[in-house]
Ligand binder design. Structure first.
Ligand code: AMP
Length: 497
């Protein structure tokens, strides 16, 4: 592995990229390639397979998109005939949000070339996607489920794909996409270039790579499971019931223009968002129970700066590229230590610095230990003297939540983490009793809209992955595997280009 820090980083013009691509790069305001770009672009241009370990936020999308566009330029043409625009590069992503983001980037980078590109993902009408595919596109960005729907309906032909990207491959495996990936890979020509990107190189990823990559060049720009170096990380020990006051105080004391506040459940996200609003912080929540429109509006408002705190669950926030985010707050510590790395990857992106603030309740110490084990460092402990406490539970006015079907239910409330802690306290038996996270998202099969065949496929696949839920009560050592970003509907799509 080359040490890019040891040599001066070459500029974009040193790669031999076409002037139309360089123009697009300049329009994006990029002046220097990021380390993953400096390493990957020449290798991809040379035609070699790549196994890239790059955290989100490192500029990995451009590291594969730019050389793909360059390599496809000899085939670029302005013919109106669909036959002259077969799919030549396929980029697979685990989630709709990531697919959408990658597509936005590719659209910009290829904007001055005649190469066509589009994105297909589930949860939205297939017909506009079919129309665009029929007209022909050279670069196709897709989630696996929806791509297979198009394959089944013969609206896409993958026999001329010569470049394949598996983006966030670890997430795809986590989400149970392996069978779909295998089906897709079997439809592609054997003679092709394959680029696999993953935040971590687990054994499963290595196995996938050894089956489908040929003599790949390994490119690693961050230590395995390392957290972004530019992110200042701190943890405060706070009682569960004081966390909300802690968030308000942190936002009041620090110059954090915008933050994502991570919680472990949909219900927790909705509740916290409402409470922060009452505390005078402009807030929105994104999670799996929100409609596509609600998520899109919240995200747009956040990106435009109209919202200060975006309260999000892990799945909802996965892959979101929100640049210049000054900080993230872990309101709940994640059950899965790797999610900590993904969460704090939201800040300190592309060289900017950021703050990752974690609130650790007494019953979350074990999660903290797991996180520190994974990132191989001890997080700095901070002291937070709360000026005021959160209002009592009864003041919160949120005792009842609406279930996904809309009926009012107290069941979820009864099984919430807050309740678990409350029981522990009132019992006076020392450590509060931990309860299973109440987010039905983790247990319940998704009920998509009739058009959401992709989501349906994805959720049932992930439900199989996660296994049947056990009774409420003891918290499993690890939460069951996350049930799909596919549940996260993507955003309604412009019909491609
Ligand atoms: P990614 O890791 O691909 O999601 O990229 C993270 C962010 O970095 C995106 O907002 C990109 O637009 C931005 N970015 C990518 N490459 C560069 C670069 N060379 N200089 C500055 N920003 C970049």
């Amino acid at each position: 592995m080359a040490d890019v820090n040891a040599v001066p980083t070459p500029g974009f013009d040193s790669f031999g990229l076409h002037a139309d691509i360089l123009r697009a790069i300049a329009e994006q305001g990029y002046t220097q390639p990021t380390p993953i770009q400096a390493q990957a672009i020449p290798v991809v241009l040379s035609g070699r397979d790549v196994m890239g370990a790059a955290q989100t936020g490192t500029g990995k999308t451009a590291s594969f998109s730019l050389p793909i566009i360059q390599r496809l330029l000899p085939d670029a043409n302005t013919s109106a005939s669909p036959a002259r625009h077969p799919v030549r590069a396929l980029i697979l992503t685990p989630t709709r949000e990531l697919a959408d983001q990658v597509a936005d980037n590719v659209r910009s980078y290829a904007g001055h070339t005649p190469l066509r590109n589009t994105v297909v993902f589930g949860g939205v009408d297939m017909n506009p996607q079919k129309d665009t595919l029929r007209r022909g596109v050279e670069i196709l960005i897709a989630t696996p489920g929806r791509l297979l729907d198009h394959v089944e309906q013969k609206t896409v032909n993958l026999s001329q794909v010569k470049m394949l990207v598996l983006d966030e491959a670890d997430r795809m495996l986590d989400m149970g996409f392996l069978p779909d990936l295998q089906r897709i890979l079997n439809l592609l020509p054997k003679q092709r270039q394959t680029l696999l990107f993953s935040a971590t190189f687990s054994n499963e990823i290595k196995k996938l790579a050894s089956s489908y990559l040929t003599n790949p060049v390994t490119i690693e720009v961050a230590r395995r499971n390392a957290t972004a170096d530019k992110v200042e990380q701190i943890v405060y020990e706070v009682d569960e019931d004081d966390k909300r006051a802690a968030v308000v105080q942190i936002l009041g004391e620090r110059d954090l223009k915008q933050v994502i506040v991570f919680v472990n459940s949909k219900i927790g996200a909705s509740r916290l968002a409402r409470q922060l609003e009452r505390d005078g912080i402009v807030t929105a929540a994104i999670h799996g129970a929100k409609s596509q429109n609600e998520r899109m509006q919240a995200l747009e408002a956040f990106k435009q700066g109209g919202i200060r705190a975006l309260v999000a669950t892990d799945v909802a926030a996965r892959g979101l590229d929100i640049s210049d985010l000054p900080g993230v707050i872990n309101y709940d510590l994640p059950y899965n230590a790797e999610d900590y790395v993904h969460r704090i990857g939201r800040t300190g992106r592309a060289g900017a610095s950021g703050e990752a603030i974690s609130l650790c309740a007494p019953d979350e110490r074990k999660q903290l230990v797991e996180i520190e084990k994974l990132i191989k460092r001890e997080l700095k402990r901070g002291q937070l003297t709360l000026e005021r406490r959160s209002r009592s539970r009864d003041d919160r006015g949120d005792r009842y939540e609406r279930s996904d079907r809309g009926e009012r239910t107290e069941r979820t409330e009864r099984h919430s983490r807050h309740e678990g802690l409350r029981v522990g306290r009132s019992g006076g038996s020392g450590a509060p009793r931990r309860v299973r996270p109440e987010d039905e998202f983790f247990y319940k099969p998704y009920e998509p809209s009739p058009s959401a065949s992709d989501a349906q496929r994805d959720s049932s696949r992930a439900a199989q992955e996660a296994g049947a839920p056990t009774a409420f009560g003891a918290l499993p050592e690890k939460a069951p595997k996350r049930q799909v970003a596919a549940l996260l509907a993507g955003f309604p799509r412009k019909a491609g280009n």
